[in-house]
Design a protein around this ligand. Structure first.
Ligand SMILES: Cc1cc2nc3c(=O)[nH]c(=O)nc-3n(C[C@H](O)[C@H](O)[C@H](O)COP(=O)(O)O)c2cc1C
Length: 152
């Protein structure tokens, strides 16, 4: 079986995004990711993006490199899984999560703050704390049924 990898990152938008532009970005990403076999989601708030992508190891890594070169944002922190036994979001090509959905699940803000505070402490600490971040992603994945319901 193909080895899977998951990557989460936080980035800062370098340009202003309207809701329409954001939706267009997410739609294009969803279509491209579907072809690549990449799943995950994208969240945007207060000029920060939070994206989680998962799929075949090499595909996800090259997609991340590609996304990092996009001048519409600047990647602040990237955290890569060592190994991923299963996909957390098998049915989400690139779901665009908006605030109303996440008002129910406040996990994202928790993770953003957590990663931010870790980065201020230095890299070594991030390595040791990876497990906590993956636990949070794991918890969030368990809520995907609840989140999916909002969009049905
Ligand atoms: C925050 C953010 C997230 C993105 N996520 C994806 C993604 O998941 N998949 C994807 O194909 N492109 C994504 N893109 C768009 C790519 O960076 C790039 O613009 C797109 O793939 C078109 O690339 P090209 O102009 O080289 O064809 C994202 C861009 C931004 C700013």
């Amino acid at each position: 079986m193909e080895e899977l990898r998951g990557i989460v990152y936080v980035s800062s938008a370098t340009v202003d995004f309207s809701m329409e532009e954001l939706q267009e970005l997410a739609d294009k990403a969803a279509a491209a990711n579907k072809k690549l076999g990449v799943t995950g989601y994208l969240y945007f708030e207060d000029k920060s993006f939070f994206q989680y992508i998962e799929g075949p190891k090499d595909v996800v890594q090259s997609l991340m490199n590609h996304i990092s070169k996009d001048t519409r944002h600047k990647v602040v922190n990237v955290i890569t899984s060592d190994s991923l036994p299963d996909r957390y979001f098998p049915s989400w090509n690139m779901r665009h999560l908006t605030k109303p959905a996440l008002v129910k699940v406040k996990m994202e803000n928790v993770i953003i703050e957590y990663i931010d505070s870790l980065s201020k402490m230095g890299l070594q600490k991030i390595e040791g704390s990876k497990i906590n971040i993956w636990n949070m992603i794991n918890k969030l994945s368990k809520m995907q049924l609840q989140l999916s319901g909002i969009y049905q």
